[in-house]
Design a protein around this ligand. Structure first.
Ligand SMILES: NC(=O)c1ccc[n+]([C@@H]2O[C@H](COP(=O)([O-])OP(=O)(O)OC[C@H]3O[C@@H](n4cnc5c(N)ncnc54)[C@H](OP(=O)(O)O)[C@@H]3O)[C@@H](O)[C@H]2O)c1
Length: 380
């Protein structure tokens, strides 16, 4: 029986993962949340893990009558990834908090089912090298990368012309101007129900930008071989074009349980109830991505073209800071684009192949970018 740790079990990916796991013959060894101990408590009662990790020691009280070992903070997450006899770590954490757990899981030769794309955006070089070294795969959970992974299975690299990431375009693709966009507007994604950070990233299309960088690391194709096409229905989750002009795509309902289930069961499939009925789909539409309106895509290609400068790290930290300020109502939606552009211009990233130096770098950049935002963008 597989023994699984679910990091970020109270989030959108985490809840969907537990739903999938409840249909599988697996042992859930550990769960984690940041502050949502109320939901974590219910999950502990249902899945009876041996361990949980929570964000704050003060919340320990809430779980004290349950027969579960409680760990705290980022050290606790790392400890979960160090546990012996764990086979799979599902990383559904959001942001740079996911990096060290991804690294630790791989280092301990666990299969890493990775939703936390930020891990690869920040430190793709380190993680992909480590994955090769320990001969443990990074299995994508992101629906686009799961689709490409499935389309690439058994193919020869030289037969591939390019990989095609589809994008819904988010709530503002057809909008003429970004002026006056509220937090509520930006959180209203047309197709997917996700955590707040990725929902805002979908509205700015930085999420698609991060997926370009993620695809670069996962599939080892340069920026010229990765393209983005807008597909508002989110039925085709991504595709691969071959040198003979054939395109193979993966289609499914927009339900994250499908790619999560594949990551946990591949190459077999788990029976799920969601179906798309091709004869009931009236049409599938495609549009060109608009780089002028969504410069976040261009920022991602720049990061891929200058991969040695690890601009993904700067982009990721700047985005985490900017999105947090936007969600708190302190800056405008349009400011996010400007903060990202300027951060890429201003901030140098001290290159390192040491994960702990990268963690220090994240903290240093956070301080500097927050200072920039406070000085030039925060509304008075
Ligand atoms: N949601 C999707 O459909 C989807 C699709 C593809 C990829 N992804 C990727 O999957 C990851 C998770 O996304 P999500 O939408 O599931 O996010 P989410 O709903 O915000 O959930 C994040 C999870 O991480 C926990 N967490 C947040 N900050 C933390 C911290 N500093 N330390 C430890 N734990 C922390 C949260 O705990 P609390 O609940 O206590 O806050 C929650 O369990 C992201 O990288 C996202 O880009 C998501």
């Amino acid at each position: 029986m597989q023994r699984v740790v679910v990091l970020g079990s109270t989030g959108s990916i985490g809840v969907n993962t537990l739903d999938v796991l409840s249909h599988m013959d697996v042992e859930v060894v550990a769960l984690s949340c940041n502050r949502n101990v109320e939901l974590l408590r219910k999950q502990v009662e249902q899945f009876k893990p041996e361990y949980v990790c929570i964000g704050e020691n003060a919340d320990r009280e809430y779980l004290k009558d349950l027969p579960v070992k409680v760990l705290i903070g980022s050290d606790g997450l790392v400890e979960l990834c160090n546990l012996e006899n764990v086979d799979v770590v599902v990383n559904g954490l959001v942001g740079s908090a996911g990096l060290l757990p991804s690294y630790t899981a791989l280092k301990n030769k666990k299969t890493l089912a990775l939703a936390n794309k930020e891990s690869l955006v920040i430190a793709g070089n380190i993680l992909t090298k480590l994955s090769k070294k320990v001969k443990k795969e990074i299995v994508p959970v992101d629906s686009e990368h799961s689709a490409i992974y499935q389309c690439l299975e058994g193919r020869k690299k030289e037969d591939i012309e390019r990989i095609i990431l589809t994008a819904s375009g988010g709530p503002f693709f057809g909008k003429d101007s970004f002026e006056g966009i509220t937090v509520k507007d930006a959180l209203a994604h047309p197709n997917w129900n996700m955590g707040k950070k990725i929902t805002i990233d979908s509205a700015t299309m930085m999420n698609k930008g991060f997926e370009i960088i993620e695809a670069y690391w996962l599939f080892d194709f340069g920026g010229d071989k990765i393209s983005v096409v807008i597909h508002p229905e989110s039925i085709i989750h991504s595709a691969v074009e071959f040198i003979d002009g054939s395109i193979i795509a993966q289609l499914a309902d927009h339900d994250m349980r499908i790619p999560i289930a594949y990551a946990l069961s591949k190459p077999r499939r788990i029976k799920l109830s969601n179906r798309i009925l091709l004869d009931e789909l009236s049409k599938l539409t495609f549009k060109k991505a608009n780089f002028k309106k969504f410069p976040t895509l261009a920022y991602a290609y720049k990061a891929v073209e200058n991969i040695d400068r690890n601009l993904g790290l700067v982009l990721n930290v700047a985005d985490e800071c900017a999105v947090e300020y936007f969600l708190e109502g302190k800056i405008d939606f349009v400011d996010i684009f400007d903060i990202l552009r300027r951060s890429m211009e201003i901030f140098e990233n001290n290159q390192s192949s040491d994960i702990f130096a990268i963690m220090d770098e994240i903290e240093r950049l956070k301080r500097e970018i927050v200072e920039l935002i406070n000085k030039d963008y925060v509304r008075v």
